[in-house]
Design a protein around this ligand. Sequence first.
Ligand code: 3HC
Length: 330
Amino acid sequence: MYAQLVETGAKKVPTLAEMTPEEQAFQAKIDAGIKIEAKDWMPEGYRKTLVRQISQHAHSEIVGQLPEGNWITRAPSLKRKSILLAKVQDEGGHGLYLYSAAETLGVSREQMVDDLHAGKARYSSIFNYPTLTWADMGAIGWLVDGAAIINQIPLCRCSFGPYARAMVRICKEESFHQRQGYDIMISLMRGTAAQQAMAQDALNRWWWPSLMMFGPSDAESINSAQSAQWGIKLFSNDELRQKMVDQTVPQAEHLGLRIPDPDLKWNEERGHYDFGAIERDEFYSVLKGNGPCNKERLATRVKAHEDGAWFRDALMAHAEKRAARAGKAA
Ligand code: 3HC
């Protein structure tokens, strides 16, 4: 995949001959599938790429709690409420795992959170869309967590040990997230005409933003080639997007839902679905902060962080007091 990316004109990456002896030895470990651990020597660019990607992944998990949190108090039954509550709590845990994995690279939690709040660090575009009906809970679990699984299973085999290990448990929990979403869509499609229309409306609104989760096209991806050479990205953005479409279309057909893409067609020769291109302008506009909910999401995160400052301070004071007492006793 990496060689193909270089041909597509993505950001050029150094050839072995252009690397220092240390970088060549590092690349040999990557190519041999040897995991890189936090204390190992690594090129500064590798460290920076991982801090960027893992912290943005963590931010996505935390901000991703907001769209679904909006429906916990309005779930249609106690069963659905407890399932959604468990899912939203899981996402918080995923964020903490990932912040911890990023911290092994020498960046502090405070710095990462400050970068998010200052708009210097991203989170996934998908969380900048509103959740308008209960069917959105189904579409998010089915499509967004479905996309996350496709993107994250390869990360369980990525070259950086702490990230790969964090992803194993996260992917197991994502499978539950996707299953419960699909189960909501099944219930709605077995319901009234109004419920079926609600499910179709949710698919119409979430289909394309879910495909945007995989990033820009390979030709426009600035990081893919280097991330591929470093064994961080095992498949390209377009390969994973294709996998998502191939997997999801039969699921939609089973539900009796129509995918909102007039270009969608099975291509026997390719053995894949042909489908339309993501809306570039919309994608980059959301990345620039102009999506439907960007401002609201960030403001909510900043307010929650500020409102929780007293609690963090109390925890720190308590921990310092205990440490001082333990010091005295020793
Ligand atoms: N949303 C926001 N930014 C995006 C994006 C998206 N959907 N897709 C790409 N970008 C950004 C990249 O961060 C990069 O910008 P940067 O250099 O300033 O960080 C730029 O667009 C170019 O994209 P590239 O393809 O060159 O960047 P990457 O190689 O980093 O690929 C990625 C982007 C595929 C998202 C990759 O970072 C990745 O696999 N990240 C790990 C998985 C992840 O973060 N998933 C987010 C969703 S988390 C989630 O779904 C939670 C679940 O519980 C629902």
